[in-house]
Write a protein that binds this ligand. Structure first.
Ligand code: SAT
Ligand code: MN
Length: 590
C-alpha cells in the first residue's frame, strides 16, 4: 500500500503480535470463498446443504455475546466518559494490553482489512482498518462493511483511517492443535477504545460486537465522540422509509436496545392498508445536518447482524427471505437435513438437531437448541425490501425519531413528545428489561437513547449534544415519539400483537407530522385516542387497547425515585434543561 501511516502501523503490530503470516484483504468474492473453504476444511465452519454459500459456526460456550464489564474507554480523565462507562487511564490500559498482545498471533495469520463505514467516498463515511487474526471476523466484515475496492484507492491516495486492532488472544505453540473457536478467558478479554487517538484495541473475544470492530466500537462508541466534536450524531437506530397510499415518503429512525426488535421493525410489513415500507438499516444511523437544514441519515453498515431466535415468517418474513443464501450463522442449531434451526422458527420443532454446543438435541432436551443470542450475518442488499436509496451518499431526510425499550408494564404503546426538549427527556429516561444480547445482564435498566453501552463519552454531555442539535435544527427538527410494543397483561399475555401491526402506530406518527391525526394531552405526552389509530382489520380486545393507552399517574409516580437515582449519577453535569423536563413531569403527575 502507498499509505505510510498504514504501513508503519502494520509493521508495528506485526512486531508486537508476531503472526506467522500477513494477509492484506481485498474484499473480493474469491477471498471470501477461499477463507470459508479453509475454515470448512479445518472443521470451524459447516456448509449448509439447504442454503447456498451459507455456513454455520459454533462459538466457544464462554464467548457468546458482548461483555460490558470488559468494555473500556481510556481517556485522560474519568469525567470525559462519565459514570456509565468503564474507565482506565490510557497509559495503564495500553501497558496491560501491550503485554497481552505480545506474541498473541503466533502460529496464526494476521489479516489487514481495509474497510469503509458508509458508502466508500461518501462525505458521511469513515475509512478504517481492522487488523485481526480471525478469518471468521474477516468473512463477517466482508458482509457487514465495505471491504477493499475503492477503499484501497482512497487509502493509497493518503486517506486517513481509524485504527482497530483485534486478536482472539490464543497464540499457538509449534505443533499445537487449534480449537475450532479460539478465544481468551474472561479476565483477559478487553474491548478498549481510545477516543483521543481514534483507535480500538480488542483482545480475547471472537464474537459479534467484541470482534467486528466496525460495528459498536467504531460506528457507535468512537463515532459518537467524533460526532459530538464535529456536530453530527452517531445513533443506535434503525432507519426505515414509510410510503403512504398517496405516495408521501416518511423517513423514520428508531432507537431500541439490543435484541428489542430493531431488525423486525426495520423490515416491517405494514398491515395498515395501502402503506409500504422499505428498509435502510437495522442497527446504526449516522445523522448530519444537510445544507437544507434538515437531518439526513445513512446506515454505515452493509449487512445485518441479527438475532436469530424468534425470527420467523410470522415475526419477520423479510429477514427470513434475506437469509436464503450467502449467510453466516453463529450458534444456531443444525438440522439433520443440513439446515439451521432456532427456537421460534416457523413450523414444528425438528425431532432432532445438533445444538449450538455440538450435542444431540431433541424437543425433550432441557436446554435450547440455538443460543438465545445466536446470530445471522447477511448482506443488506439481499433484503427484498431494501430501499433503492439505501446507499445514497448524502443520506435520507429524517422526519421522525422513535425511542423505546422492552417494558412489560408502565410505558404506553405509543406517545408523542410535547417538544424537542421533552423528546430528549423521553430518550434519556428510556428503560428496558434484560435481553440475551449482553452476557452480564442486569435487571431493568435505564438505557438512554439505547446508547448506554455505546456512548463513548460522558452521557450527560451526550444529552446536552441532543439539546444543541435541537437548537440548530429549530423547526426543521424531526418529531419525537416513544413506543413500547412489549406491554403484558397481569397474567403475562402480550397486549399488543406487534410486528406488522406496529405500522398502525407508525401511521399515527406520520399523520401527526402532517397535522392530520388527533391526540390527547396527558401528563406523560400526547397519546392517541383509540379513534386516532387506524385499527381496520385488526382484531384486538377493547380492554387491551384501553390498557395500552392508559396513563396511570400512580404507576408513573412510582418511577420518579428510580429516574431521580439514575439522573443524579450525572451530578452537576446533567443539563439543566433535562432537570427542567423532569421537574415538569413531576408537577404534571401532581
Ligand atoms: O454488539 S453486537 O453487535 O454483538 C449485538 C448487539 O448488542 O446489538
Ligand atoms: Mn444493536
Amino acid at each position: 500500500m502507498k499509505n505510510e501511516k498504514l504501513n508503519n502501523w502494520v509493521r508495528e503490530v506485526t512486531n508486537l503480535c508476531q503472526p506467522d503470516k500477513i494477509y492484506w484483504c481485498d474484499g473480493s468474492k474469491k477471498e471470501y470463498g477461499h477463507l470459508m473453504a479453509q475454515m470448512v476444511l479445518e472443521g470451524r465452519a459447516i456448509p449448509l446443504k439447504k442454503r447456498p454459500n451459507s455456513f454455520l459456526f459454533r462459538s466457544d460456550p464462554s464467548d457468546v455475546a458482548r461483555v460490558e464489564a470488559r468494555t473500556f474507554i481510556a481517556t485522560k480523565t474519568k469525567e470525559q466518559i462519565g459514570p456509565t462507562n468503564n474507565w482506565v487511564y490510557i497509559d495503564e490500559l495500553k501497558q496491560t494490553m501491550t503485554g497481552l498482545y505480545k506474541g498473541c498471533m503466533k502460529g496464526r495469520t494476521m489479516y489487514v482489512i481495509p474497510f469503509s463505514m458508509g458508502p466508500a467516498g461518501s462525505p458521511m463515511s469513515k475509512l478504517a482498518i481492522e487488523i485481526t487474526d480471525s478469518p471468521y471476523v474477516v468473512c463477517n466484515m466482508h458482509i457487514m462493511t465495505r471491504v477493499g475496492g475503492k477503499v484501497i484507492d482512497l487509502l493509497n491516495n493518503g486517506g486517513d483511517f481509524i485504527q482497530s486492532l483485534h486478536s482472539v488472544g490464543a497464540p499457538l505453540e509449534k505443533g499445537q492443535k487449534d480449537v475450532s473457536w479460539p478465544c481468551a478467558p474472561m479476565e483477559k478479554k478487553y474491548i478498549s477504545h481510545f477516543p483521543d487517538e481514534n483507535s480500538i484495541w480488542s483482545f480475547g473475544s471472537g464474537y459479534g460486537g467484541n470482534a467486528l470492530l466496525g460495528k459498536k466500537c467504531l460506528a457507535l462508541r468512537l463515532a459518537s465522540v467524533i460526532a459530538k466534536r464535529e456536530g453530527w450524531m452517531a445513533e443506535h437506530m434503525l432507519i426505515l422509509r414509510l410510503t403512504s397510499p398517496e405516495g408521501r415518503k416518511y423517513h423514520i429512525a428508531a432507537a431500541f436496545p439490543s435484541a428489542c426488535g430493531k431488525t423486525n421493525l426495520a423490515m416491517v410489513q405494514p398491515t395498515v392498508p395501502g402503506w409500504k415500507s422499505e428498509c435502510i438499516g437495522d442497527d446504526i444511523a449516522w445523522i448530519k445536518i444537510s445544507p437544507d437544514g434538515r437531518l439526513h441519515a445513512i446506515n454505515p453498515e452493509s449487512g445485518f447482524f441479527g438475532v436469530a431466535p424468534g425470527t420467523s415468517y410470522q415475526s419477520n418474513p423479510m429477514a427470513m427471505d434475506t437469509l436464503r443464501e450467502n449467510v453466516i450463522f453463529t450458534n444456531c442449531a443444525l438440522t439433520d437435513d443440513g439446515d439451521v434451526w432456532w427456537e421460534g422458527m416457523d413450523g414444528d420443532k425438528p425431532s432432532h438437531t445438533i445444538d449450538w454446543k455440538g450435542r444431540d438435541w431433541t424437543p425433550s432436551s432441557k436446554e435450547t437448541a440455538a443460543h438465545a443470542n445466536a446470530r445471522f450475518t447477511a448482506p443488506a442488499s439481499q433484503c427484498p425490501i431494501i430501499s433503492p436509496d439505501w446507499e445514497k451518499p448524502e443520506g435520507l431526510p429524517i422526519d421522525i425519531f422513535i425511542f423505546g425499550g422492552r417494558r412489560s408494564a408502565v410505558a404506553p404503546l405509543v406517545m408523542e413528545a410535547f417538544s424537542w426538549d421533552h423528546g430528549v427527556f423521553l430518550g434519556a429516561t428510556a428503560a428496558s428489561e434484560p435481553t440475551a444480547a449482553i452476557l452480564d445482564n442486569v435487571g431493568i435498566r435505564y438505557d438512554p437513547f439505547a446508547m448506554f453501552p455505546f456512548c463513548g463519552y460522558n452521557m450527560a454531555d451526550y444529552f446536552q449534544h441532543w439539546f444543541d442539535m435541537g437548537d440548530k435544527l429549530k423547526s426543521k427538527a424531526p418529531r419525537i415519539f416513544y413506543v413500547n410494543w412489549f406491554r403484558k397483561s397481569h397474567d403475562g399475555k402480550w397486549l399488543w400483537p406487534g410486528f406488522g401491526e406496529n405500522s398502525r402506530a407508525l401511521k399515527w406518527m406520520c399523520e401527526r407530522v402532517d397535522g392530520k391525526a388527533g391526540a390527547k394531552k396527558t401528563s406523560i405526552g400526547y397519546l392517541p385516542n383509540e379513534s386516532d389509530l387506524d385499527l381496520r382489520g385488526l382484531n384486538i380486545p377493547q380492554k387491551n387497547l384501553r390498557e395500552l393507552l392508559r396513563v396511570d399517574a400512580e404507576v408513573w409516580k412510582a418511577e420518579i425515585p428510580k429516574m431521580e437515582e439514575f439522573l443524579s449519577q450525572f451530578g452537576e453535569r446533567l443539563p439543566k434543561r433535562l432537570r427542567n423536563q423532569f421537574d415538569e413531569l413531576k408537577s404534571r403527575l401532581g
